[in-house]
Structure formats: structure tokens, C-alpha cells
Design a protein around this ligand. Structure first.
Ligand code: F3S
Length: 405
């Protein structure tokens, strides 16, 4: 049987209910996690990101904390839900679904979270520094802050991240401990990796091959861009459970392969070539021919990506009957508006939409439709009937022609 994690006097008081039911419930969750992982004690976190969503599982916990009077002690950002007024003006969203989303958004406000509604908060609203201990949930966020920034987080759920935001602490275990951050799996990359979409496929394949572990990737043809790293993070943590990786020389904790493994030998090895990525590409397709809509921005697009969409659509028109969406954060859209990207995309018949993601019930109108996206993660949620997954340029061409292939 596990020993109970050591708690300070204040932590015991929180657990006993002295600071209210909300804090107590948050602490109960963190203690249960700490005990499950044999953590010795709790350590402070400086920030958190809760992978909120407009769905019932999330509603239960955030309302439990908010109704119990809890307030975030450290900056805690939120993941996409959806703008009710915006979507209700277009789609017939069942009242029950809308009510859940409304209550989730209200409860995060009551609990004192920063209402970023973005899945890439580490780019603008909530940026950790190297060495900070944080509690970040969300597929791209966890590996990005661990690997690219060098902050320390475990693979949190929305609930455990929110609990840490409220308590300001997390149990000390897993990736909070330096020794556990070393590589376990050596990946020799022999693929050409020409663009952002190739990093999407690379992440998808690495997640499938490694499953759970810390891959160390060698042989990359050049320094990956921010967007390429975001794509790699999101996909490797969806097809697998990759909370951390090393790209020696490019990510921050290891300059060399030896440093990444801290003197140990890799437990496993694999080589990835264009052939494997090509096979993954084929595996992802479930449709060809006519499409009904294009969905971009999973993870939320950066300003650079919106600029590329604008460049590709400039002076053109999205085909009649095709919906064209690019999801992003409110902060990025504000810049895209000023920079002129939004105007170009809208003039072509597309839309730039904030605060939401493909996994939200607001897209119910597409349930029986065929979509096209540049994101296997977007395809994975399958809130629509069939899907084509391909690079951004292909998505734009298909949107203009009204069909793919
Ligand atoms: Fe972000 Fe939603 Fe995709 S949270 S990564 S847009 S599924």
C-alpha cells in the first residue's frame, strides 16, 4: 500500500475544509493523484492551463470548485469552448448543449481563471519560463512547455490543472523530477520534412510508435519553426501520450543525444522515413471528391499561419456552398484584424473564428458533412461524417474548387 503524501499544515487545513469546499475538493483531487504516483510532497506551481470544454465532464468539476468558493491562486488560462451568441446566429444548437457551454464559461469566470479560450496559451496569454513548475493540460501545451520552453509539467487533465491553479501546487512526481525527463526512445528521422504539415505527420507517427515515453529525435533537416513544433506536439500527444521529447540542439534541455539520455542507452529505437509518413497520410483519409467545409486552426492558428491563409486566398473566392473556417485565439485575431489578414480571408468568403475548436458542440451542423482539414487531431474528433486531411495549400485549393481529388 502507498504511503500518504506528506502535507504541510496549511495543506492539511485545506483538505479538512478550513478554506471552503471548493479548495477542499481541489486538494482532494491533488492528494489522490499524489498518492497514486507515490509523490512525497507537493510543490508550488507558478501557473496553470485548464483544458476546459463545453462538455458535461468539465462542467461538473469547475462548478464544484466555483460553487464551493474556490479562486485561482496562480494565473490559470482556459481552453476553447465557444461563443454562444456567434454560433446561435448561424446554427441550430440544441438548448441543452448550449446551456452546458454557458455554465462552463460562467464557472471558469467565477473561479477566477483567465478566459483565454485558447489551446496555445503558451504563445501569448500564459507563457512559462525555463525551469518553472506549472500544471498544463491540453495536447500541444504539455509537450511544448516541457520540451520547447523547458518548464516542468505533468500530462494534466483539465480537472487536475484547474485544481493546481486553485491550490497553487501540484504533487511532485513524473516530469516535475529531472531524472524522469531523460529520453527513453531514439528516433532517427530520415524523412525530408518540407513543411508544417510534414511535422504534423511526424508527430502522428512518433506518437503511434512510442506510445508512452520521451522520444529523442535526431536527423532533423533544419531547425523546426514554432508552428512545426506546435504541430508535432499536438499530434504526438494524440496518437500517443508524449508529454516531453528532445530534439537535441533545437529543444532546450539537451544539446546532444548523450545529454538527452543522460548517459543511459535508449530502450527502443526506430527510423522514420518519407515512406512511413506517406503511409500515415493515406491512413488518415476517409473521403475524396466533394467537400462541404474546410476547418483550419487545430491547434489554434498563429498569426503567421493566418497570414499564409490570407496569402493563399487573396483575390480568390471560396466555392459557393463551401464553409471555410480558421480557428484562432482572440489575441491572435485582434492582430490579424489590424494586419489585414482577416479582411482578406473574409472577402474571399472565409471566416476567422475565436474561442472555439472542432471538438465543441457548436459544429453540430456538420455532423453529416464531409470536411477537409490540415490537422489529424481535428479529424480524430470526427464531429463530421468524413474527412480529408492534407496540407494547408490543398485545403485552400479544395475550398476554391469545391472538391478534393
Ligand atoms: Fe485545439 Fe481543439 Fe484542436 S483544443 S488542438 S482546436 S481539438
Amino acid at each position: 500500500m502507498n504511503n500518504r503524501m506528506y502535507l504541510t499544515r496549511e495543506e492539511e487545513q485545506i483538505l479538512g475544509g478550513k478554506f471552503g469546499v471548493g479548495m477542499q475538493k481541489a486538494m482532494e483531487l491533488l492528494v489522490a493523484i499524489g498518492d497514486a504516483y507515490d509523490a512525497e510532497n507537493m510543490i508550488p506551481v507558478s501557473r496553470a492551463h485548464a483544458a476546459s470544454s463545453g462538455q458535461e465532464g468539465d462542467l461538473y468539476f469547475v462548478e464544484l470548485l466555483a460553487d464551493g468558493g474556490a479562486k485561482c491562486r496562480v494565473p490559470t488560462t482556459t481552453n476553447p469552448v465557444y461563443d454562444l451568441a456567434y454560433f446561435h446566429s448561424m446554427f441550430d444548437i440544441p438548448e441543452g448543449e448550449a446551456e452546458v457551454a454557458r455554465r462552463v464559461m460562467e464557472a471558469y469566470k467565477r473561479v477566477g481563471a483567465i478566459l483565454s479560450w485558447s489551446c496555445v496559451p503558451y504563445l501569448s496569454e500564459n507563457i512559462p519560463l525555463y525551469g518553472e513548475t506549472v500544471a498544463f493540460s491540453e495536447s500541444s501545451a504539455t509537450p511544448y512547455v516541457n520540451s520547447v520552453i523547458g518548464a516542468r509539467t505533468n500530462r494534466e487533465a483539465a480537472q487536475s490543472a484547474l485544481a493546481s491553479g486553485v491550490i497553487g501546487k501540484t504533487p511532485k512526481y513524473g516530469l516535475n523530477i529531472r531524472e524522469n525527463r531523460k529520453g527513453t526512445f531514439l528516433i532517427d528521422v530520415k524523412a525530408s520534412l518540407k513543411d508544417e504539415f510534414d511535422y504534423t505527420l511526424l508527430g502522428y507517427h512518433v506518437g503511434k510508435v512510442v506510445g508512452y515515453g520521451v522520444p529523442v529525435l535526431t536527423g532533423l533537416p533544419k531547425r523546426p519553426s514554432t508552428e512545426e513544433l506546435i504541430n508535432f506536439c499536438a499530434m504526438s500527444n494524440v496518437s500517443g501520450a508524449i508529454s516531453m521529447f528532445h530534439m537535441p540542439g533545437y529543444t532546450i534541455e539537451a544539446l546532444t543525444v548523450e545529454e538527452a539520455f543522460r548517459g543511459d542507452h535508449p530502450k527502443d529505437k526506430a527510423t522514420i522515413t518519407d515512406k512511413e509518413l506517406g503511409e500515415d497520410y493515406e491512413e488518415l483519409q476517409t473521403a475524396t471528391g466533394s467537400i462541404d467545409f474546410v476547418m483550419l486552426g487545430c491547434p489554434h492558428y498563429t498569426l503567421k499561419q493566418l497570414g499564409e491563409v490570407a496569402r493563399l486566398l487573396d483575390g480568390r473566392k471560396v466555392h459557393k456552398g463551401i464553409s471555410f473556417w480558421a480557428c484562432t485565439s482572440a489575441t491572435t485575431k485582434a492582430l490579424a484584424d489590424k494586419t489585414g489578414y482577416t479582411g482578406i480571408i473574409e472577402k474571399a468568403g472565409g471566416r476567422v473564428v475565436v474561442d472555439t475548436c472542432i471538438d465543441e458542440p457548436c459544429w453540430i451542423a456538420y455532423k453529416e458533412k464531409v470536411g477537409m482539414t490540415d490537422s489529424p487531431k481535428c479529424a480524430y474528433y470526427r464531429r463530421f461524417k468524413d474527412v480529408v486531411v492534407s496540407r494547408l495549400q490543398d485545403c485552400v485549393e479544395a475550398a476554391v474548387k469545391g472538391r478534393w481529388g
